[in-house]
Structure formats: C-alpha cells, structure tokens
Design a protein around this ligand. Structure first.
Ligand SMILES: C[S@@+](CC[C@H](N)C(=O)[O-])C[C@H]1O[C@@H](n2cnc3c(N)ncnc32)[C@H](O)[C@@H]1O
Length: 242
C-alpha cells in the first residue's frame, strides 16, 4: 500500500504549493548534473513525476529527453510535460535498456514493493546508468524545516524506507555502488512565505499526523514567522545507485 493516494484535491495542492521556484534549486541542478552523461538522445526517466516540475526543469537545464511516468491520473492532469505515461514503479511502460538515468523525487516512500521497483529499474536502465533518488530519509531530517515545526511528522518519516533498506534492495537488483549527499534548496524566501504557502494536503508527513498536532505546529510556525527573516533552506538527500 502507498502511504497516501493522490486525488484531485491533493494534486491541486501539490501543484500550487510544492513546486519550488527554480531559482532555489541551483544546488540540485549542479548535483544531478554531475551524474548525468549528456549526449545526443540521452533519455532520463522521471518516475513518480507528479505534476512534472522536475521533468520540465531537467529538459531545460540539461537538454535531455525526459520521459515522465506517473500512476495517479489526478497528478497527470496537472502536468504539462510530455511525454507523460501512466505507469507504476513495479511495471514500467518502457522497453529494456532504453533509459540513461532514472530520477525518483520524494516518491520512494510510496512504492509498496521496493525490490520489484529496483528490478524494474534495472530492466529499463542501460548498464552503468544511475538511479538518482531525492528524498528525506529516516534519521536524516534535521535540516528540513517541516520536521522542526511539526516534530510529530518524524513519526511518519520513520515509516519511510531508510538508506540501508533502499541500498540493499537496489544492490540485490544489480546496483551495487551507492553514494549519498545532502543537497541544499531554498524552499521559501522567508518563514512567512513558508507559512503562507503551506498546504497540509501536499505533504504526506503532515497528512498523517493528527489535526491537533498539525494545528499546534502551524501556530508555532506562524508565531515564529512574525519575527524571522531570511530564506528557508532545506537539505534533502541525493542517493545515487549504479
Ligand atoms: C510527493 S509526490 C512527488 C512528485 C514529483 N516526483 C516531485 O518531486 O515533484 C509522489 C509521487 O509519487 C507517485 N507514486 C506513488 N506511488 C507510486 C508508485 N508505486 N510508482 C510510481 N509513482 C508512484 C505519486 O502518485 C506522486 O505523484
């Protein structure tokens, strides 16, 4: 079972509040660019592409072809990127050895059968092509603002697969080498902007805490926002498997 399923309300909330301005993603652009071999015809799979923001950014940043695959019809309906295919991590609508990299952004916790997904990625990726996973991992949340203001959301994060679990699933499927690095992003220009833009429906960890926990966290965040200045910089991990 996925942790949540994305209906139209969630998808609209995601499109409105989770798509980050590209100006805050320079470090991600640099970090991902280090791992992509770019030549004529390079094709990147964006798995669990959601509303397609990363697929569009990679197309513009790297000049590669990006094939977006997304199971939720509601998310696909908010995505402008093409090609955009319906499909699931465990059954990719792609031919063997056709992809030069796979990008999995904040989706690994939704995949019910990680081992099957790793095998399926091994099937569609060319030999040596990397799997690039952007995610918060259990125990590595200390530089992500959301978990500071909503500490109960750490309880939900503990249900996500941890680094060891993901590494072992991918090693068993034929991706024996891995590296991990935290990558900074500007999530909001200020704490006030973060508070203003926050939409619980767009964040799995916030959906799965209690209403009271959410209300308390929001009150803390709003009170702090009145006094704070400066951007909100978060660090999610980039896990690379080959
Ligand atoms: C938090 S969203 C992230 C969307 C996008 N990758 C991004 O970072 O903007 C998680 C996405 O994973 C998708 N997803 C859930 N289960 C999946 C599965 N089994 N295979 C592929 N994608 C899945 C969801 O439908 C949703 O669009």
């Amino acid at each position: 079972m996925a942790l949540i399923s994305y209906d139209d309300t969630d998808a609209a909330a995601f499109a409105a509040s989770r798509e980050l301005p590209r100006s805050g993603l320079d470090r991600w652009r640099h970090a991902v660019g280090q791992h992509l071999r770019r030549r004529a015809g390079t094709t990147v799979l964006d798995l669990g592409a959601g509303t397609g923001a990363w697929a569009g950014a990679f197309t513009d940043w790297f000049g590669v072809r990006v094939v977006a695959v997304e199971p939720a019809a509601a998310m696909r309906s908010h995505a402008a990127h093409r090609p955009l295919l319906a499909g699931d991590a465990a059954a990719l609508p792609l031919r063997d050895s056709t992809m030069d990299a796979a990008w999995l952004s904040t989706m690994i916790h939704h995949v019910p059968d990680l081992d099957a997904a790793a095998r399926e990625l091994r099937r569609v990726l060319r030999p040596g092509a990397p799997v690039l996973i952007r995610s918060p991992f259990p125990g590595r949340h200390h530089r992500i603002a959301l978990f500071h203001w909503f500490p109960e959301a750490v309880r939900v994060l503990r249900r996500y697969p941890d680094l060891a679990r993901v590494r072992s699933a991918f090693a068993a499927a034929g991706f024996p080498v891995s590296s991990v690095e935290p990558v900074a992003q500007t999530t909001a220009a200020s704490l006030a902007e973060l508070a203003e833009r926050l939409d619980r429906r767009a964040h799995t960890p916030l959906q799965l805490i209690t209403d009271e926990e959410y209300a308390d966290g929001l009150a803390r965040l709003r009170a702090a926002a009145d006094a704070a200045s400066g951007p909100v910089v978060d660090h999610l991990d980039l896990l690379v498997l080959r």
